[in-house]
Each structure stands twice: as structure tokens, then as C-alpha cells.
Design a protein around this ligand. Structure first.
Ligand code: HEC
Length: 158
């Protein structure tokens, strides 16, 4: 390639009289010096960069496993339960008319139920409420049960 320096760096590249290129190792002190500089510079750089990289990976992993472990109870309730039990746990009048047994999922009702019992009732279903066994995992049921407890506090006891 034209324009390339024939001799680069500290003159280690040389040509034999026949034009063959030979490579002479740089003098030892220079090599050692470069190696030391390289380790020092790259060492600190990699140290910091790697720390940041691992930290980022760690956070990403933590975030993804957190979402995997904790299903969104509110979203699941809105999707599967709200139509019968109401946005705040108070059943809409029209639903109550069709299903007079619909409980108001308020704090006092929830006080008489454990998260486990809610998971059980969702798994087995009731006379009017079909089983959610096929739709929700036990973890999702538990997340909905937790959300019912929050909802119960908001719904009030009237
Ligand atoms: C089709 C309407 C309907 C849907 C959808 C529905 N439920 Fe129900 N639910 C009822 C009725 C009606 C009852 C009262 C029991 C009965 O009469 O079968 C009830 C009872 C309950 C109870 C009280 C059970 C007990 O311990 O006595 C809880 C808790 C409950 N539902 C939670 C939920 C949750 C959480 C969801 C969503 C995953 C849900 N329900 C979806 C109609 C529904």
C-alpha cells in the first residue's frame, strides 16, 4: 500500500538487501516499559469498565428476575376479576343483581380470609366463580390475593 511508512514505530521493521521484510523485536527495556504502561492503563480502564459492566448486568438480571417473581396483582385483577368484583372490590349493581352472593372485597371481608384461602378458592372455584386454575399460576393468584388486601383497605367497610 503506497503511503505506508516503510519504517514504523521505533524502527524495528527493516528490510534485507533482497527486500524481504524482517521484524526485529524492540529493545527489551522499551518492550518492558510499553508492557508495563499497557497493563497500568488497560488495568485501570478494564477494572472500572468491568465493574460498570457487571453492575449493569447485575441490575438487569435483578430487574428481570424481580418482574418474573412478582406478577402484577393489580393488572391481573383488572383483567380477570374486575368485571364481577368491581374496580375497588365493590361489585357493580348490575353484577350484584345477577349474582347476589357477590361479596364486597373490603378490609373486614379480607380480614376473615388469608392469602392462602384466596388462592384455594381461586383454584377450586365456587358455585358462581369459575376456577382460575387454567388461567393463573399459583404465584399470580397469590399476587392477586395481596392486591385484594390493598383494595380492601381502600374500599372501606361501609
Ligand atoms: C363471573 C364473575 C366473577 C369473576 C370473574 C370473579 N369472581 Fe370472585 N366471586 C364471584 C362470586 C359470585 C363470588 C361469591 C361466591 C359464589 O357465589 O360462588 C365470588 C367470591 C370471591 C371471593 C370470596 C371467596 C371466599 O373466600 O368466600 C374472593 C376472594 C374472590 N371472589 C376473588 C376473586 C378474584 C381474585 C377474581 C379474579 C382472579 C375473581 N374473584 C373473579 C364472582 C366472580
Amino acid at each position: 500500500m503506497p503511503g505506508w511508512p516503510r519504517r514504523c514505530g521505533s524502527g524495528e521493521n527493516d528490510r534485507t538487501p533482497e527486500g524481504k521484510q524482517v521484524f526485529k523485536a524492540p529493545s527489551l527495556p522499551l518492550q518492558a516499559g510499553m508492557a508495563k504502561l499497557h497493563t497500568e492503563v488497560m488495568g485501570t480502564f478494564q477494572g472500572e469498565a468491568m465493574k460498570t459492566l457487571w453492575l449493569t448486568l447485575g441490575l438487569l438480571l435483578a430487574a428481570s428476575s424481580a418482574t418474573a417473581q412478582a406478577p402484577d396483582g393489580k393488572a391481573l385483577y383488572e383483567k380477570n376479576c374486575r368485571m364481577c368484583h368491581g374496580a375497588d372490590g365493590t361489585p357493580p349493581a348490575a353484577m350484584l343483581k345477577m349474582m347476589p352472593t357477590l361479596p364486597t372485597l373490603n378490609a373486614s371481608f379480607m380480614a376473615s380470609r388469608s392469602d392462602d384461602s384466596v388462592v384455594k378458592v381461586l383454584t377450586s372455584g365456587t358455585a358462581k366463580m369459575k376456577s382460575f386454575k387454567e388461567k393463573l399460576t399459583p404465584e399470580e393468584m397469590a399476587a392477586v390475593a395481596k392486591y385484594l388486601r390493598e383494595l380492601g383497605k381502600k374500599a372501606g367497610d361501609s
